[in-house]
Design a protein around this ligand. Structure first.
Ligand code: BT5
Length: 252
């Protein structure tokens, strides 16, 4: 692709007409794949979200992409790559579709309160060091109609801009921007992209519903810390650091 400027992300590029899930395939080949390998499919027959949820990935309508990474990182550090990828996607959507999107902490990209992209980071390895990481990115590019259960909750770049977009420059832009932020993250840690995460965040200064030990608690998201955790202040004044899990922003 003439658009690809990245030096190692996407240099090994595998393209499929149809696949079960690019993340599943990436995990299968990861042990022998080169660092930065990208897998893209026109269609996924079993696209996945977090916790085994289904991800709608119809033919030719989106970017269904996985990247294989082999850094020297602990799993605790590796989970932060979801937010590194999110910042890259927001920049790429602005660059190519000229539209502003934001991050619903930690893994959704949203436009006009509707989800346009989801990110799924998976890994394999030991407690102190990962063998590999797979970052899956699903972006609704030219989707015109969503299944009933997603109506009002999901959107696409074509719905938001009124234009059909070429997926190639957008895919390349994501690989380019991800490589840029990934390098910064590897050298300087999450704190070096924290400010961008906060700037792009749609969760900060909003009420959020957090599920702690099966209990729904409502509090206000006040900060994203140097480790990428969400800081939430509850009604009783208690402050909690939320590392991951299912935080849903009230009203979304
Ligand atoms: C995610 O999960 O948002 C992560 C999605 C990752 C998809 C990529 S595509 C390439 C790679 N290969 C895969 O198999 N997966 C990755 P989560 O936060 O759990 O959100 C899942 C929820 O989003 C579902 O339960 C639906 O409510 C909703 N959803 C499903 N498909 C959608 C779509 N195309 N657009 C917007 N929302 C969708």
């Amino acid at each position: 692709s003439p658009y690809l400027k990245a030096e190692f992300i996407g240099r090994n590029y595998l393209h499929f007409e149809s696949i079960s899930s690019t993340n599943d395939y990436a995990k299968e080949i990861a042990p022998s794949a080169t660092d930065g390998t990208a897998i893209v499919a026109e269609e996924q027959t079993s696209g996945r979200g977090r916790m085994g949820r289904h991800w709608v990935s119809n033919k030719g309508q989106g970017i269904w992409l996985s990247m294989i990474l082999k850094p020297n990182l602990s799993p605790n550090e590796a989970v932060k790559l979801t937010q590194v990828a999110a910042v890259a996607v927001v920049d790429s959507i602005k660059e190519i579709a000229d539209i502003r999107s934001g991050i619903k902490w930690p893994n959704d990209i949203v436009i006009n309160s509707k989800k346009v992209c989801g990110i799924l980071t998976e890994m394999n390895g030991e407690i102190d060091r990962v063998n590999f990481i797979v970052i899956g990115i699903g972006i609704n590019v030219n989707v015109q109609n969503f299944p009933e259960d997603l109506c009002g909750k999901a959107t696409s770049l074509s719905i938001e801009t009124g234009k059909i977009l070429d997926r190639k420059p957008l895919t390349a832009s994501i690989l380019n921007n991800f490589e840029k932020y990934y390098r910064i993250f590897l050298i300087n840690g999450f704190s070096s992209i924290r400010n961008l995460c906060k700037e792009y965040s749609l969760t900060l200064n909003k009420d959020v519903k957090v599920i702690i030990n099966n209990n729904e608690c409502i509090g206000r998201a006040v900060d994203i810390d140097d480790d990428g955790n969400l800081i939430v202040v509850f009604k009783n004044g208690e402050k909690k650091t939320i590392a991951s899990g299912d935080v849903s922003v009230r009203g979304l």
